[in-house]
Every structure is written in C-alpha cells, then in structure tokens.
Design a protein around this ligand. Structure first.
Ligand code: ADP
Ligand code: ASP
Ligand code: MG
Length: 407
C-alpha cells in the first residue's frame, strides 16, 4: 500500500463527464488499497475566463481581489470531483487551500508555499477517504486567499507529496509524458522515459509549461518521485528523477521555447560606469523581471543595450525606458514584442563542444536570423522573430537527432 498524490489538470477535468472519468480512475487506485490525495485544477479555460472578467471590470485590479476571484475555479472542481467519487461509492472530502492550511507568503498572484498542516488530511486518509484538494491556492498569515501563479496546481501537488512524504506524485495531463519538445509544435517529438530534475528544471524555466517551475524545484529539493502521465490513456509516462548510475545523460534533453517575451533596445547611451544601473534599475523598481541582457561594445564613447521582459510587461517597460532615455540623452529607444526564445537544453552539453555551431548553422540554413544569444553550461538560447518559431524548433529537433523513429 502506498500514499499517492495525483494531480489532474484543466483539460482532464474540463467537463462533468471527464470529472467522472477521473473519479473512476481515482477509485481504482483506492480500491487497490492505496491512500490517495487528489489535487485538481479549474476546468480548462476557466482561469482565463476569470482573468478576462476581472480585466473587464477594472483595468488593473488589485492582486488581492484577483486571487479571491481566481481561486474560485478550483473550488468548483474539488466539489464536483468529491461528488463524482461519492456517486461511485468512494468516500471523499474536498478542501480549499485555506481549509488544509496551505500557508503561503503574501505575494498575491505568485505566492510561495511556506508550509502545510496535514492533520486534516491524515485523519481523513485514516478513515478511508480520498482527500480532494484545490490546486493553485493558499492562505497567507493574515488569512488572505493567495494563488501560486499560472500552472500552480502542479506545485500544490508536489508540496503535498513532500509534506506527507508520499511514495509518488503523479501529474495527469493531456499528453502522456514529457517530450523532447512540445508535441503540439513538433509531431515527431519523442516521449522521454526519464529526465533529471536538473534538465526538467531548465526546460520548465525556459518555457516548457508541462510542469510549473516551482513544482520541479520543490520535487528536487524534497526528493519527491514525480511522474507526468496522461489522464486519457494508460502508460508509464515520464519519471523525473535524480541521475542514477548507468543512466546515460543525453547530450540534448530537449528544446524549450517561450512565446511570452518581448525585447527592448536603447541606442546611444554614454559608455560610462552606472549606465546599466540607470537603465535597468527603474525596470526592476517597477517589479519587471528582466531575462536576457546584452550590452554592445562601446564605440565613440557610447553604447547600446538590449534586454527582454515578459510580454505582459512590454508596454510598461517601454514607457520606463523612454523616460530613462531622455534622462540619459540616448539616441533612440525601440522595442519588438513579436519575438520568441528557443532554447536547447542538455545536461550532457557540459562536456561537448560544437553544439552552438550546429545550432547556429541549422538556423542559418533555414534563413532564420538570430537576434540575441545567451548560453550557460547546460543550455543555449536564441531570440528569433516569432514567425520562425515552428520552423526553428522543428529544424533543431531534427538536426540534433531528437525526432522519433518512424515505424
Ligand atoms: P494541465 O492543464 O494538465 O496542467 P498544461 O497545458 O499546463 O496541462 O501542460 C500540458 C501541455 O504542455 C501539453 O499539452 C503540451 O502542449 C505542453 N508542453 C510544452 N512542452 C512540452 C514538453 N516538452 N513535453 C510535453 N508537453 C509539453
Ligand atoms: N487553474 C490555474 C491555471 O490555469 C492553475 C493550474 O491549472 O495549474 O493556471
Ligand atoms: Mg499545467
């Protein structure tokens, strides 16, 4: 008998029939004698719908009120799942994040879980009940409802698995595992049987939204065995794990991409100490996160800066940059929000040279212009025009031998 935490994403609970299917699966695990905790997301599209409602009501709603609103999506699905379980003769109880004391900090819309009081959950499990917990939400010290950022139900599941020392955390979604790249973009993508926490963390942070980054961080930190599986078909899925002896580290684990970025450039600023601070300081003060940064070599005492931010922050960042430009006497400010970042990820890259040149050569052959480059030991990222995303990802996927063999 094992203690298992399962998470079902939005598509998996997208309508009453699917919630019924989830209930049947959950009951199956419990009937085998396992203790089961289920975390669910809101029905697919629901969180987006709520965001739109908020925007239509107030241009910039308070983050606190937004969380009160967004947390309702998951409250609907926990209740429906508990009912569907009961209808199948499986005792179950649903709980919101605050009811099981998922305590977070007060960073509304992107709160971090601090701790979980698992007393209720343990008591229910001991009584033979399935425990259904709302994903994506918690409560801060002052009793405010918080949410964990988009995709946050993954993190709820992993945090519960860590707190209860579960034997496995299973993330059920609409694909049957983690692939070498998003299978919706590259049909030839291959499912990975295993991937290391390190590579998965890098994939997630570079845009593969199959798992929320924090869920991978948490699982790595607390050594939670984590598996991504399909809600709709049987299979082994993908195990995210520490590197094991004999596990051959792939040169390239996969290709991630991010469509959510925008780039900004300021041209002709004085090449002197403190300039980066004067340009990027006000951006940071406005709580805008900067991703890539490039400063060109100074010529004739002046230099250029280019950096990327989340597309949602593009307009605000451009305004701030325009103000700084007047102060700094810069020549020009420009921006582009139709760019994407494509990244090659592989822990095995560490010990191999020549990967960057293959990457750049492949993009060149397709006539794709590279606008920015950034590298680390285990990844190479390039920024290209949005229209080249599919072409670029497919070309790289094939150039690095990641395509699955055709039957
Ligand atoms: P859920 O609603 O179940 O949380 P998500 O939409 O958050 O599901 O995550 C699953 C989606 O992640 C898939 O439908 C797929 O399009 C996307 N995805 C992106 N990169 C990958 C990848 N490398 N492997 C598998 N899926 C990926
Ligand atoms: N419902 C939330 C979202 O759409 C959380 C989740 O699904 O993980 O982002
Ligand atoms: Mg998700």
């Amino acid at each position: 008998m094992a203690l298992i935490v399962q998470k079902y994403g939005g598509t998996s609970v997208g309508n009453v029939e699917r919630i019924g299917n989830v209930a049947t699966k959950v009951k199956g695990w419990r009937d085998q004698g396992h203790d089961v905790i289920v975390v669910v997301s809101a029905m697919s599209g629901e969180t987006n719908r709520l965001v739109e409602l908020a925007k239509a009501t107030q241009e910039t709603p308070s983050p606190r009120e937004l969380d009160v609103l967004l947390s309702t999506g998951e409250q609907v699905t926990i209740a429906l799942l508990a009912m569907a379980l009961a209808a199948r003769g499986c005792p179950a109880r649903s709980y919101t994040g605050s009811q099981v004391h998922i305590r977070t900090d007060s960073a509304f819309n992107k709160a971090r879980i601090l701790d979980i009081d698992n007393q209720h959950i343990r008591a229910d499990l001991a009584q033979g009940r399935v425990v259904v917990v709302a994903g994506f939400q918690g409560i801060d010290e002052a009793g405010n409802i918080t949410t964990l950022g988009r995709g946050g139900s993954d993190t709820t599941a992993v945090a519960l698995a860590a707190a209860l020392k579960a034997d496995e955390c299973q993330i059920y979604t609409d694909v049957d595992g983690v692939y070498t790249t998003d299978p919706r973009v590259v049909p030839e993508a291959r499912r990975l049987e295993r991937i290391t926490f390190e590579a998965m963390l890098e994939m997630a942070s570079l845009g593969s939204k199959v798992l929320q980054i924090r869920s991978v961080e948490f699982a790595g930190k607390y050594n939670v065995p984590l598996r991504v599986l399909s809600s709709f078909e049987e299979g082994e899925g993908t195990l995210i794990t520490y590197e094991e002896e004999g596990m051959e580290e792939a040169l390239i684990s996969g290709i991630a991409f991010n469509r959510d970025e925008a780039k900004l450039t300021i041209v002709g600023v004085p090449d002197q100490p403190g300039v980066a601070y004067k340009i990027l300081g006000p951006i940071g003060d406005a709580n805008i996160e900067i991703d890539m940064i490039i400063q060109n070599v100074g010529v004739d005492g002046s230099t250029d800066f280019t950096f990327t931010v989340h597309r949602n922050d593009y307009k605000k960042a451009l305004e701030i940059l325009q103000n700084s430009s007047i102060e700094l006497g810069a020549r020009e400010v420009s921006g582009d929000n139709k760019i994407v970042k494509i990244s090659l990820v592989g822990v095995g890259m560490r010990s191999h040279a020549g990967i960057a040149s293959t990457m750049f050569g492949t993009l060149a052959k397709e006539g794709i212009n590279i606008r920015m480059i950034s590298t680390s030991e285990i990844k190479i990222s390039v920024v290209v025009d949005e229209k080249y995303l599919e072409l670029g990802v497919r070309a790289l996927h094939s150039a690095f031998g990641l395509d699955q063999e055709r039957p």
